[in-house]
Design a protein around this ligand. Structure first.
Ligand code: ATP
Ligand code: MG
Length: 271
């Protein structure tokens, strides 16, 4: 697998002296779907902000497509390669209409007008919001705003998109909608890094990375992380199905192990 993001021995302390990241090693390959989870303040946002040079290492190094973030001349290429979507996108809107807003990124990249129209079209379609194109982004609901923000990043065609808690303010249906869109984006070949508190959103991921006190404390497939780690210790709630399958296994039910989905659990209970 081709490496996209290489993080080696990363240390980061904020200007006030808070050490947010300590000896972090993480390698992310092209096309992976990596979930990063951990309690509040564990360093998730500080970590992902290093991936497009919004933060620069105090120690160690971060490279994207072999370009080191410490060299300023690399920043335009790095920021083109890694798109970022944050929670509560209000402050990120620039255009008067959804369409203008989504066009802003590709315009900034200096693409020809026809190509921009095409990219806007594809991105709105991908997020299922084509009918909102003439609305003002500010007049939309939280879930719709989040989709516009994602469409804006998609339109720049980054090889990798980082989603930092993009569903945390959404109701269960909008959350599923946005998560489905993220899965579609990944299925088209984009590398996805998805930060969340909700582990039930991680089931489809190739990898689950757990952060605690600025360190990576687990990095494996979701099933292996659930099997090998006591996540409550890191302030993380297990997805209900996983918690139930673990309780059943401990109570002596044979053949369940760790079920990741309701269907898996049902299959294990009534084969
Ligand atoms: N601008 C800042 N200045 C000083 N310390 C900060 C700053 N931003 C974050 N921190 C500290 O760095 C540590 C890691 O914070 P970070 O925001 O990366 O955590 P997080 O895992 O994203 O948390 P959350 O789940 O709440 O988003 C915390 O101790 C936090 O208090
Ligand atoms: Mg955060």
């Amino acid at each position: 697998m081709t490496l996209m993001i290489e993080i080696q021995d990363l240390l980061y302390s904020y200007p006030d002296g808070t050490i947010a990241l300590d000896s972090v090693d993480l390698h992310i390959g092209k096309g992976e779907f990596v979930v990063i989870a951990g309690r509040n303040g564990s360093g998730k946002s500080s970590l992902v902000r290093h991936m497009n040079a919004l933060l620069l290492p105090s120690g160690g190094c971060v490279s994207v497509n072999r370009l080191c973030t410490l060299q300023k001349k690399n920043h335009p290429d790095i920021r083109k390669a890694i798109g970022m979507v944050f929670q509560g996108p209000d402050s990120q809107f620039i255009g008067m209409t959804v369409e203008e807003d989504v066009a802003f990124g590709p315009e900034n990249l200096g693409l020809p007008p026809l190509r921009i129209r095409e990219l806007v079209e594809i991105s709105l379609e991908m997020m299922g919001i084509s009918e909102l194109r003439f609305h003002s982004p500010r007049s939309l609901s939280g879930g719709q705003k989040q989709k516009v923000a994602i469409a804006g990043v998609l339109a720049m065609e980054p090889g990798c998109i980082v989603f930092d808690e993009v569903t945390s303010m959404l109701d269960p249906f909008s959350r599923k909608d946005v998560l489905d869109a993220v899965k579609r984006i990944h299925a088209k070949g984009t590398t996805v890094i998805y930060v969340t508190h909700r582990l039930e959103e991680t089931i489809n991921a190739d990898r689950l990375v757990i952060m605690d006190s600025g360190k990576v404390v687990a990095d494996a497939s979701p099933r292996d992380v659930f099997l090998q780690h006591d996540l409550e210790m890191y302030g993380i709630e297990l997805p209900p199905v996983v918690a139930l399958s673990r309780m059943l296994t401990r109570a002596g039910f044979p053949g369940i192990g760790i079920a990741l989905t309701k269907d898996e659990l049902l299959e294990a209970l009534c084969p």
